[in-house]
Design a binder for this molecule. Structure first.
Ligand code: MTE
Ligand code: MO
Length: 387
């Protein structure tokens, strides 16, 4: 089964992940442990599972979350379909074109003069899955300027329906719409409705975790769409185009589409939907022990809907309430901990599930059995460890 993204498409299976060029997570310093506290190693990840990353970066195969609220920038995973692009900040221009009353072109300096806003947002690549130990996610503080006032200044025309965000990165794509396949060079592009694009939380971002955005994360400017999967957060953003029809580029129609069988009465419909807002997902990411006291640390990613509960279950015991961290914000990942005492020597399992205020419960893996595509792996993730 195809499991991951590569620079040009899919790489098959876990072993090939080792040669993957598109994604890197750097092993960073562990946060200080309390006196007598030790980290328990997961046994669900093979000890010899190693991956090489781009530019000498290496993937941390054991943890996606080392206990800090913000993912250090050098630990933040990377995905780029056409490779990383370097743009010259001195000549950079952001253009807004299409169905607007006043097209806009701004230099980086002009953009940076606009009111500064910050948002804490966590996101996950929708290709993150148990096959890669769900590591393709992170949480950061992003700063830049709000998108909606700029779109308002450009003046969306009454028949504007769709806002397309193009990156400067591009690649050759095979296009066969009712004729022989042709190779066409295309920019990375993603879109959303004008209503979604006008939401106040969207950010034209030039700063990550208090430092200038780096080239791998989309410098000089990327889009941040809090509450949406990684793919919506267009890096190297240099062109926003407004139109009256849906944009159906590769990353909106061929990739990043979820096909799942849905039972409606006695019928199953095969619904294909766009990867957009993050479906509520939690995972236990770190386990520590102090004497006979154990603490599970984990996080929830979702679309910003308030959470009703996060629960943790050890072995096949009852679901127990976890504690949410006070640092959590609407669009951050939501850290949680669960503490308990005593475990018999041997193998154990631990799993978490989150429920949002609308009553949406993170499903068991079996519920997603009829999902035929590899995106949006939000099932409960059972971890294994030995004491
Ligand atoms: N221009 C551009 N933006 C992009 C991509 C890309 O290939 N090109 N990849 C997307 C995907 S699939 C993900 S998951 C996120 C990853 O963001 P990060 O590399 O900063 O973690 O960027 C998104 N933005
Ligand atoms: Mo992604």
């Amino acid at each position: 089964m195809a499991q991951q993204l590569s620079r040009r498409g899919l790489i098959k299976g876990g072993a090939a992940f080792a040669s993957m060029a598109a994604i890197g997570v750097l092993e960073g310093a562990l946060p200080a442990l309390a006196q007598g506290e030790e980290v328990i190693t997961w046994t669900d990840i093979p000890a010899n599972f190693t991956t090489a990353g781009r530019g000498g970066r290496s993937l941390d195969t054991r943890t996606v979350h080392k206990g800090t609220f913000f993912t250090p920038t050098e630990d933040f995973y990377l995905v780029q379909h056409y490779g990383a692009t370097t743009l010259d900040p001195a000549t950079y221009k952001l253009r807004i074109t299409g169905l607007v009353s006043k097209p806009i072109e701004l230099s980086l300096a002009q953009l940076r003069q606009r009111p500064r806003t910050e948002v804490i947002a966590g996101f996950e690549c929708s290709g993150s899955s148990p096959a890669n130990f769900n590591r393709l996610c992170g949480n950061a503080r992003w700063a830049g300027t709000s998108l909606s006032p700029l779109l308002r200044e450009a003046g969306l025309l009454p028949h504007a329906r769709e806002v397309v965000f193009f990156g400067a990165d591009k690649g050759m794509e095979s296009v066969a719409h009712g004729g022989p396949a042709q190779m066409v060079e295309q920019h990375f592009g993603r879109s959303m409705t004008t209503d979604d694009a006008m939401k106040p939380e969207l950010l034209l971002c030039w700063e990550m975790n208090g430092a200038p955005l780096d080239a791998t994360h989309g410098a000089p400017v990327r889009l941040i769409v809090p509450g949406w999967y990684g793919v919506a957060n267009v890096k190297w953003l240099d062109h926003i185009h407004v139109q009256d029809t849906r944009y159906v580029g590769r990353f909106m129609s061929r990739d990043y589409v979820t096909l799942i069988g849905q039972k409606i009465g006695d019928q199953t419909i095969w619904n294909e939907t766009l990867v957009a807002r993050i479906r509520v997902k939690s995972m236990v990411s770190r386990l520590t022990r102090t004497g006979t006291s154990y603490t599970a640390h984990g996080f929830v990613l979702n679309d910003g809907t308030p959470l009703k509960s996060v629960e943790v279950r050890v072995d096949n015991g009852p679901w127990q309430a976890a504690q949410l961290d006070s640092a959590n914000t609407q669009y951050s990942w939501k850290l949680f901990t669960y503490q308990w005492n005593n475990l018999s020597a041997g193998e154990h399992t631990i799993v978490s599930r989150a429920t949002d205020a609308n009553g949406v419960v993170q499903p068991e893996e079996s519920v997603l059995a009829d999902k035929k595509t590899r995106w949006e792996n939000y099932a409960q993730f059972t971890r294994k460890f030995t004491v």
